[in-house]
Design a protein around this ligand. Structure first.
Ligand SMILES: [Fe+2]
Length: 324
């Protein structure tokens, strides 16, 4: 499977060329993102929406950890975070080029590497037994926003080295844009409101990636798709499912995302007690449709804030593309 256009910066790891990022992301959106990043770094505030805004006044994660410890379920929650489920699903795209029938896309998201570093070893071992043709990563490589990224970047570099085939990534709300050069140098091309295509036997499959739409709101769905010729299949990589209506209107065929962690702490049966985004509940986990757009929200491979999961297993997903 040939990679037709590899979108990758020519920066050295750790060097941020803002002029190049401005061209890739869009100058207004880069300015908006950097301004928001500066606010986070200076105040070290949480960026959640809705009920998660209470993190601005009380340390929710510390309180939650204490409650779980008092209830004697903290260790169980930690173990649950390492109990990764392999979710295999077929995606039927009637216009899929024949050459891509049966292509298997591995989808990883929300690794939050620094929260529970041992997750990466568990993941690497699990991936050794799984067959796939290409990999997509939909953001949140890091957990503690504004803090040192070194642990997360080292762990990501280890993981990326083990991944097979073409890879594409997008940024999440926990990722600062300065980390793009590290990830790309480690071998993960990032899509910053950009696209790239895979080619097989003269036929193409497009991957379009947007910047985080949940907090930084630096996404541009139309720019990300502008190189896709009429009638060709486009797969949107988005950290969050929030722009699902705009994605359907823009003509995408499939949208792969994460961000919600499936609620992470759920009731028996998997119903999320709380969720961290402003969209409807039917987008919190699993497959969904909006018009002719098909979408999938992963429960996430890692965990957010506190390494604890209940009735909501972490997942890696393999989407097998089918024509019928
Ligand atoms: Fe996340």
């Amino acid at each position: 499977m040939g990679l037709v256009r590899r979108v990758s910066s020519q920066e050295a790891a750790g060097h941020t060329d803002y002029r190049l990022l401005s061209q890739r992301l869009g100058s207004d959106l880069l300015r908006k993102r950097i301004s928001a990043q500066a606010g986070i770094w200076a105040r070290k505030t949480h960026q959640g929406k809705g009920v998660f805004r209470i993190e601005r006044v009380i340390p929710v994660n510390a309180v939650l950890r204490s409650v779980l410890w008092l209830l004697c379920v903290e260790e169980l929650g930690r173990r649950n975070c390492l109990d990764i489920e392999l979710v295999e699903r077929d995606v039927v795209l009637p216009n899929l080029p024949e050459a891509f029938e049966g292509v298997r896309l591995l989808h990883l998201t929300d690794l939050h590497c620094d929260l529970q570093p041992e997750l990466i070893d568990v993941l690497i071992e699990l991936l050794g037994d799984i067959r796939y043709d290409a990999v997509v990563l939909t953001g949140d490589y890091h957990n503690r926003i504004g803090d040192d990224y070194d642990i997360s970047l080292d762990l990501m570099a280890r993981l990326i080295r083990t991944l097979q085939g073409p890879k594409f990534g997008v940024l999440g709300n926990h990722d600062f844009i300065e980390k793009v050069s590290f990830l790309e140098s480690a071998g993960l091309p990032m899509l910053l409101n950009e696209s790239a295509s895979l080619e097989r036997e003269g036929q193409r499959l497009w991957f379009c990636g947007i910047d985080d739409p949940s907090f930084f709101e630096a996404h541009d769905l139309r720019k990300a798709r502008e190189d896709v010729p009429e009638g060709e299949i486009s797969i949107l990589l988005s950290h969050s499912p929030e722009p699902y209506r705009e994605a359907a209107a823009a003509g995408y065929d499939l949208m792969l995302c994460g961000h919600t962690h499936g609620g992470q702490i759920c009731l028996p049966g998997g119903r999320a007690i709380l969720h961290n985004y402003s969209g409807p509940r039917w987008l919190v986990a699993g497959g969904w449709t909006q018009g002719r757009l098909q979408g999938y929200t992963s429960r996430g491979t890692g965990s957010c804030g506190v390494a604890a999961r209940y009735y909501c297993r972490p997942e890696i997903t393999v989407h097998t593309l089918r024509r019928a």
